[in-house]
Design a protein around this ligand. Structure first.
Ligand code: PXL
Length: 286
């Protein structure tokens, strides 16, 4: 007996592969797949761990592979519903990513750029203000961006503010980021009224949504990547911004809750595995 299932939505995920520490591709691949979206990976660099909280990590630049992989996929003519990029190992990779986006996108491809380069007012190890320039250019090609507060400040030349934030401050950040071109701007790591979460605006519908959850002590490494992966995949599936935001924000909050219940050091990443079964059930119902 054969049944005709619709084609799976397909995403190209362009991030580094850090073997240990749960971020970038090791988070995108399971979460995008669990959302019911095919996740085709272009690894931009291979590291033993991510660079936050570890020392002596190994690093192999894979810049030379980015465009050839995109060229091969483009020749296959399979079509991508989304392209989702995150951390880049150098500003030079920004130009290669721009080339890959042009090769892979069509008129209906959703381009999601997570300008992952900084947190808590500081650039990640080995990165500097050159990354801000690089992401400002890339954002012009994006439909959706998911910066944290630090990245949003760097990208808009705004003085960084630690928590707590005001809704006026975040609205200004979103106004300035929207002027760079993206339809949907989601700012993560926003602290409002003692809670922490995401404020997002869809500039097409004019809708702004706030998703807040309990604030906890400590820096939960990889939260931005877990959120952006779920949010990107849910938008690729065709959910409205407000629905994608609510599901992705609840998912990351549950992951953080489980992580806080374990004694694993926070730079080892979020316990998203334990939350995936419930996440899949939620996604199946939408
Ligand atoms: O989660 C962002 C990220 C991704 N990839 C690498 C990183 C970081 C943050 O530190 O070091 C290699």
């Amino acid at each position: 007996m054969s049944q005709n299932l619709p084609a799976l939505p397909r995403m190209a995920a362009i991030h580094d592969l850090s073997g240990l520490g749960k971020c970038s591709l090791t988070v995108a691949l399971p979460i995008v797949s669990a959302t019911g979206v095919e996740c085709c990976c272009i690894p931009t660099a291979l590291l033993s761990t991510h660079t936050g909280g570890f020392t002596d990590w190994t690093f192999k630049d894979l810049s030379s592979e980015i465009v050839p992989i995109a060229e091969h996929w483009s020749k296959l003519n399979i079509g991508f519903d989304a392209i989702y990029s995150g951390y880049l190992a150098s500003k030079e990779q920004g130009e290669l990513l721009a080339e890959a986006i042009e090769l892979l996108k069509n008129d209906n491809t959703l381009v999601i750029v997570d300008p992952a380069m900084a947190d808590n007012g500081k650039y990640y190890a080995n990165l500097d203000s050159g990354m801000t320039e690089c992401f400002r250019d890339l954002i012009k090609k994006a439909d959706v961006i998911t910066p944290n507060v630090t990245e949003a400040c760097f990208l808009t030349d705004t003085e960084y503010k630690k928590a707590p934030h005001s809704i006026e401050f975040v609205t200004q950040l979103i106004d300035k980021l929207s002027a760079l071109g993206p339809q949907i701007v989601a700012v993560t790591g926003v602290s409002l009224d003692g809670k922490i979460g995401i404020v997002a605006r869809d500039n097409k519908s004019g809708i702004t949504t706030v998703a807040m959850n309990e604030a906890r002590e400590g820096v939960f490494h990889g939260s931005g990547d877990v959120f952006a992966s779920a949010f990107a995949a849910l938008l690729t599936k065709g959910l409205k911004m407000q629905d994608a935001l609510s599901i992705a924000a609840d998912f990351v909050a549950e992951c953080i809750k489980r992580t806080a219940m374990r004694s694993t050091p926070l730079h080892y990443g979020l316990d998203f595995e334990g939350v995936l079964p419930d996440y899949i059930k939620t996604v199946e119902k939408v």
